[in-house]
Structure formats: structure tokens, C-alpha cells
Design a protein around this ligand. Structure first.
Ligand code: SAH
Length: 276
């Protein structure tokens, strides 16, 4: 759900001819990407046989970890192991599967996106998840972040407001053999009282302020990672619950999809899931 701001974009304040040159590069780059996509799909990287080129996927995943995570600031060995292990391509729709290991968020249908791998790793590392922990995630989406958390935690509870996404995530996670994840369809703004208090809370859709229910359901001393703010002006906050309130440990500018506060939207059951 994070929309990355690529370094090339935004550097266009310079000379007009430089801008034209850059446009040329990006247009031909796009064409090239299209050709690669067509050739690769024709070559057998189709969604119906996701594991046929398993060696290719494994290599792509390893490269992603090296070039996007370790080369930046992901240092926690357990997080790196989890990112090596979880097959991200199994969580994205066939239409974008070839791009599963790119340094980018991807559409997962119903107007939602799966975060860029780096953001998943960054938020996971920031939460310092231990094997005894019970973790609440808000915004299941594809289920990918939940799977990464489940590699590190004792139990993951995750809530998704769009019913077909929740169902698809349940199926993906079951097919990969995850037994320590419970997916619920509902409004995560209210948290999940039944299993509270949680050691860690990860929020992957942005509310305008930290939902009070989530603060209440976090243990004192527990950590929360949450993007907060309005569309286009959000901060990813890493918070610790202290006896007297929430302490902000770190904050950085981000762009996530907004958290829905209404009941489950009517369009959520329409057929917009990018052809599962
Ligand atoms: N963590 C996900 C990506 C999440 S995108 C992954 O790994 O794929 C954000 C998700 O939050 C979307 O699927 C959106 O439908 C969901 N969402 C938005 N508002 C919500 C709410 N109030 N409660 C639960 N889920 C919500």
C-alpha cells in the first residue's frame, strides 16, 4: 500500500531537454517491460502454474532480499530469514505475478495494494517480534505481511474489511500451511477485543489518528507500527505503549491506502479481484 516515490520522478525540475530525454527513457523502458511481460507469460510464467519455475522465483526472492533489504537497513537476521522464506509471488494476482519481487507495491484487486517488500521488512523489523508474541495486524490484504509475521511470532490475528480479500488470504495462507494465523472479516478500527492484549500491533492502512481501541488492546511496553494521517500526508509511526500513554520512537513520511471506518463497503463483494 505504500506508493514509493522513485528517485527519478520529482527530479524533473531541471532543463526541459533533460526532461524530454527522461520521458524518452521511461517510455521505452515501459515498452521494454511490456515486451518482457508478454514474452515471459508466453514462456510459461502463468498464474495457473505458480511453482513451475520455482527456481526462478527462489532466485528472484533472494535477489530482492539482497538488493532491496540488506543493501538498505534491514539487519535483523530473523526478518531477513522470513523474507527469504515467504513466497511473495503466491500472494499476488496472476496479472502482476511477474512483478512480485520488484521494489514496488502491487495491486491486489478491490482498489487495494500489497506493500513494497522493503516496507514490509522495515515495519516487521521495527516491531521486534519474538517467538512468544501474539500479534494483531489490521489490513490483511493479500495475507503476505501476516505470513511474514507468522514466521516470527507465536500467533497472528489479522482483520480485513473487504470480505473477498479476507477469503482469498485465508485460502492462500492455508495452501502454504500456515496454522498460526487467524483471518477475520471486519472493521479493524475497533481492533479484536477477544484476543487482547497483544504484544505487537501492525496497521497497514492509514487512519487519520491512532484508533483508541488499538491503544487499549496493546500491552503496556508493547510496540505498534502505524501509518497515520490524511491521504498524501502520512507518517509511519513506531509507537510504544507506556503506563501513561503512547511514546513515539520513530516516524517517517509514507503513503498507504486510507483505513476505512465505515461498515464493509458495498463494492467489496463485486468482482474486481484481478482474476484470481
Ligand atoms: N498487509 C497487506 C496489505 C494491506 S493494504 C498485505 O500484506 O497484502 C491495506 C488493507 O487494509 C486493504 O486490504 C484494505 O481493504 C484494508 N483495510 C482498510 N480499512 C480497513 C479497516 N477499517 N479494517 C480492516 N482492514 C481495512
Amino acid at each position: 500500500m505504500l506508493l514509493p516515490i522513485y528517485p527519478l520522478v520529482g527530479a524533473a525540475k531541471t532543463r526541459p531537454h533533460a526532461r524530454r530525454y527522461r520521458n524518452l527513457i521511461s517510455t521505452s523502458g515501459l515498452r521494454l517491460a511490456g515486451i518482457v511481460l508478454i514474452v515471459s507469460v508466453a514462456g510459461g510464467f502463468s498464474g495457473s502454474e505458480p511453482d513451475r519455475h520455482i527456481e526462478g522465483w527462489d532466485e528472484a526472492r533472494k535477489r530482492m532480499v539482497d538488493t532491496q533489504l540488506i543493501s538498505r537497513d534491514i539487519r535483523d537476521v530473523r526478518v531477513i530469514d522470513a523474507m527469504h522464506k515467504v513466497p511473495r509471488h503466491r500472494f499476488v494476482p496472476p496479472a502482476v505475478r511477474l512483478h512480485a519481487y520488484l521494489d514496488s507495491p502491487l495491486p491486489i484487486g478491490y482498489g487495494q495494494t500489497i506493500s513494497q517488500p522493503y516496507i514490509v521488512a522495515y515495519m516487521t523489523q521495527a516491531l521486534e517480534v519474538r517467538p512468544t508474541h501474539r500479534v494483531l495486524e489490521i489490513g490483511t490484504g493479500s495475507g503476505y505481511q501476516a505470513a511474514v509475521l507468522a514466521e516470527l511470532a507465536h500467533q497472528v490475528y489479522t482483520i480485513e474489511i473487504v470480505a473477498p480479500l479476507a477469503q482469498r488470504a485465508r485460502e492462500t495462507l492455508a495452501s502454504l500451511g500456515y496454522r498460526n494465523i487467524q483471518v477475520r472479516t471486519g472493521n479493524g478500527y475497533l481492533g479484536w477485543e477477544e484476543h487482547a492484549p497483544y504484544d505487537r500491533i501492525m496497521v497497514t492502512a492509514a487512519p487519520e489518528e491512532v484508533p483508541p481501541a488499538l491503544v487499549q488492546q496493546l500491552k503496556v511496553g508493547g510496540l505498534m507500527a502505524i501509518p497515520v494521517g490524511r491521504r498524501f500526508f502520512q507518517e509511519l509511526k513506531i509507537l510504544r505503549r507506556m503506563p501513561g500513554g503512547m511514546e513515539t520512537l520513530r516516524a517517517l513520511p509514507v503513503r498507504f491506502v486510507p483505513m476505512t471506518r465505515d461498515p464493509i463497503p458495498a463494492w467489496s463483494n463485486s468482482d474486481a479481484g484481478l482474476d484470481r
